[in-house]
Design a binder for this molecule. Structure first.
Ligand SMILES: [Zn+2]
Length: 563
């Protein structure tokens, strides 16, 4: 018996020795730096969606990021307005509109009296399009992004590309030094860029567009992924809180896209369907493949933003079957993207983070029916009433614009009448404060002279840019918006707009979660620390204490002690 055992032992040992070169040892160790970072921003994703749809998610999408990654459950925006342009800029610059200057999506430009779009750039033209939607660049963003710092730190060897349906969601994350940013143009049904980045679309992008991918997705009806009676997390499909598309009599499934899209904005209609996410995912995979991302000597960075959830939220609201179905389908797209990236560069070499550019409230009309204080303001009326009041008191309305909840005074008229800004601002503050459902009104003079440390005024101050913002800033009561009575909108300092998910996953990230308060501006600081590179130049965030498997980075003091 013993002899036999010894023989087996020797035999097994011999076989093992022989087999050794072929047998993989422990799972591959992560390198000192990730080969690829994939930054994912989901437009209008509330943190609670992770839990609301948890039982219906597959195991390889959101669940994988939560179960194998690190979940910062209490991540908030720390400024207003909570809009898409400022949101993407803040994630990637690690600071707020006060510093990076992207104070809204569009704002009244005090220098010329025109409306400025956050990624407008008249010095460039579209590539892949003749539409004005091509005249875009990040030039209005005043600071560097984490992606810029990655490029600079690698002496430009890191490849950085941004992609999204929305131009601002592709351009701002990719920064000033990006290799490329691509966004969707409904008039061509594919992805375009601008001369800020290149003179001609790469052949693989042209080929992608030639396949007419948007039209393909729109040639099938949008039906629910699961039988509709399983959507128990949402209100009934037929309800009065939802948008009804042209050509539909009710806001219900199936949405007959092949017969709807010509009447509803052409190929651009893909934006307000979950197939907008699928199209973005398809193109992101094409980019990684054709650009060999993650295969070079330096860390590459793909910034992907999924814009469709925002369009769907604006039309149908967070409690619609449409939005639930959108997230169930996004979960599948996410799974496909993660799987592809891991196969391409190895699971241990990719660092993924996922967050949102803002969240959203329930449809106010729905809250009103639940007897919760909420409702609608009329900003046009507020502005008209203000102008009348000012004209009666000063013989001139003195105000040029009310936009993004800010009043812009007319400096020429103020000069003519020799008026002191502070006195006029205070007068406006008092007038607006008397209006229904207004909760806070603060003058620019106060913003410039006082320092708020908490509450809505603190968030208003972090969103206040001394050069670009208005003369009086207004906040409304919770649940109040200026919006149609269907769908929802966002922009406030309240939890329903500021609280978003934040997940880190992959390269050197240990699984876990925290309920500690972290801010959206901490993401770029955290990435800078993980990569041992410079913070973006306006960064005001603090690195999050992420539990990592090991300190993989060379430490200066250790090298020093060995000498
Ligand atoms: Zn939105």
């Amino acid at each position: 018996m013993k002899k036999y055992s010894l023989f087996s032992f020797l035999l097994v040992s011999a076989l093992c020795l022989q087999a050794q070169p072929k047998t993989p040892a422990a799972p591959a160790k992560p390198g000192t730096k990730p080969k690829l970072i994939v930054g994912i921003v989901v437009d209008q994703m509330r943190y609670d969606y992770i839990y609301r749809f948890w039982d219906k998610f597959g195991s390889d999408g959101f669940k994988k990021l939560v179960n194998q990654g690190y979940f910062c459950k209490n991540t908030n925006y720390n400024y207003v307005p909570t809009y898409t342009g400022p949101g993407h800029a803040s994630v990637y610059t690690g600071t707020t509109p006060a510093v990076h200057g992207i104070i809204a999506n569009d704002w009244y430009d005090k220098t010329n009296g025109k409306t400025m779009y956050c990624v407008d750039d008249n010095t460039v033209i579209g590539v892949g399009t003749t539409a004005k939607e091509g005249k875009r660049s990040p030039k209005n963003m005043l600071t560097t992004t984490i992606t810029d710092e990655l490029r600079i730190s690698s002496n430009m060897r890191s490849k950085v590309i941004g992609v999204a349906l929305k131009d601002r969601s592709a351009i701002l994350p990719a920064g000033h030094t990006a290799n490329a940013a691509y966004w969707f143009d409904g008039s061509v049904g594919g992805f375009i860029t601008s001369t800020f980045y290149m003179k001609e679309l790469p052949a693989y992008v042209q080929n992608f567009n030639k396949k007419d991918p948007a039209r393909k997705y729109l040639s099938q009806p949008w039906n629910t992924l699961l039988p509709i009676d399983q959507y128990t997390e949402s209100v009934a499909d037929d309800n009065k809180y939802e948008f009804v598309a042209k050509g539909e009599s009710k806001p219900t499934f199936p949405h007959d896209l092949p017969n709807l899209y010509e009447k509803n904005g052409g190929l651009g209609m893909i934006r307000s369907t979950p197939f907008g996410n699928s199209l973005t995912k398809d193109f992101a995979i094409e980019i990684i493949k054709n650009e060999n991302m993650g295969k070079g000597s330096a860390t590459d960075f793909l910034a992907v933003s999924f814009s469709s959830p925002d369009y769907i939220g604006h039309l149908y609201g967070p409690n619609s079957v449409e939005q639930e179905d959108d997230y169930l389908r996004l979960d599948k797209d996410l799974a496909e993207l993660i799987q592809f990236v891991e196969a391409q560069v190895g699971k241990e070499n990719v660092l993924i983070f996922l967050t949102a550019d803002h969240a959203a409230p329930e449809v106010p009309a729905y809250l009103m029916d639940l007897k919760i204080p909420a409702g609608y303001l009329n900003e046009d009326k507020l502005f008209t009433d203000l102008k009348k009041y000012m004209a009666a008191n000063y013989g001139d309305s003195l105000v040029l614009s009310y936009s993004n909840q800010q009043v812009f005074l007319d400096p020429a008229a103020m000069e003519r009448k020799k008026l002191m800004p502070q006195q006029v601002q205070d007068d406006i503050v008092n007038f607006i404060m008397k209006q229904d459902h207004v909760s806070e009104v603060v003058s620019a003079t106060t913003m410039n002279n006082a320092q708020f440390t908490e509450g809505a005024r603190y968030l208003m101050q972090k969103g206040f840019n001394a050069k670009r913002s208005g003369d009086v800033l207004v906040n409304y009561e919770p649940g109040y918006v200026d919006y149609p009575h269907y769908g929802t909108t966002h922009g406030s300092p309240y939890s329903y707009d500021t609280h978003v998910p934040l997940l880190f996953y992959g390269w050197n990230v240990k699984r876990g979660s925290t309920t500690e308060q972290v801010y959206i501006t901490d993401i770029a600081a955290t990435l800078a620390m993980m990569l041992n590179i410079q913070f973006p130049n306006g960064c005001t965030g603090t690195p999050i204490k992420l539990p990592t498997h090991q300190n993989l980075m060379p430490r200066g003091e250790e090298t020093g002690s060995k000498k």
